[in-house]
Ligand binder design. Structure first.
Ligand SMILES: [Zn+2]
Length: 261
């Protein structure tokens, strides 16, 4: 369905089928709930305010997601979920399950921040220097974008106890269990999005389109022109930064849960 409505390319559809299949096999509708919350909300937001999303097209962040983008957002979460199944044998008390939720919290927070931030009237500012940046460029922050990051992290945090309960019916859900699940997942979500912005402002590769005379983040610009490396690490693409952000989200959530449990 996602390929049909151009939310995913064909390769993205294959990757999403693998990620989704493993996720559903690991925790049935419980673990799939977090994947769907991330994916459906991201596709819906990417369709809101299409005219202004022109900015994301210019940067190279728009359009159907390919396999690399699917794995950048869902790879860490799926690996953590496999850790839950094979290392912790699907136990109720597992840092792996919380890490899985934290990875999707980071992916959701970051995606909501980008999509909502793009709709803001004022241009975003660099998280490091405070200088105005082209809308959609990595490393830029705005008040609406940051509020959206918080909201995205909150959504996944609130759904995490429900996901665990659906994956493992009969799990005792005390107030302590609720807080020790939700707080680390929220922290992982917001922390992951923050790391995404920091990497975007510092080490992430930035390219230059000579035809349009503007910065972008893709090898071939939307106009069809080949782009030149301008600054940053040439291998640290937007996908690599998303992967790092979800890994940070997973580590913060799993670690935080281990401290609070
Ligand atoms: Zn161009």
């Amino acid at each position: 369905m996602a390929v049909r409505v151009h939310a995913l390319t064909r390769s993205g559809g294959v990757a999403a089928f693998v990620v989704g299949g493993l996720t559903f096999a690991a925790g049935t509708i419980g673990s799939a709930l977090l994947l769907l919350a991330f994916f459906i909300s991201s596709v819906a937001l990417s369709r809101a305010g299409k005219a202004r999303k022109r900015a994301l097209v210019d940067i190279g962040k728009a359009g159907a997601r390919d396999a690399w983008q699917v794995l950048a957002n869902g790879g860490v979460a799926t690996a953590a979920l496999m850790g839950w199944v094979f290392l912790d044998h699907g136990a109720a008390a597992s840092a792996w399950f919380v890490a899985f939720a934290g990875a999707y919290a980071a992916a959701t927070a970051d995606t909501w921040g980008t999509e909502i931030g793009t709709l803001a009237a004022k241009p975003p500012r660099s998280i490091l220097t405070g200088k105005p940046l082209a809308t959609g460029l990595s490393g830029g922050v705005s008040a609406p974008g940051t509020a959206a990051e918080v909201a995205g992290a909150v959504l996944i945090a609130i759904l995490t106890p429900l996901a665990l309960l659906l994956a493992l019916p009969g799990t005792p859900v005390t107030l302590h269990v609720l807080t020790s699940l939700m707080l680390p997942v929220f922290a992982g979500g917001f922390g992951g999005a923050l790391i995404d912005s920091l990497l975007g402002a510092t080490l992430q590769e930035r390219r230059w389109c000579p035809a349009c005379q503007r910065e972008c983040e893709v090898d071939q610009h939307g106009c069809g022109t080949a782009t030149e490396h301008r600054r940053g690490l040439p291998w640290l693409t937007n996908d690599a930064v998303n992967f790092a952000a979800t890994a940070a989200g997973a580590a913060i959530a799993g670690g935080g849960w281990s401290l609070l449990r």
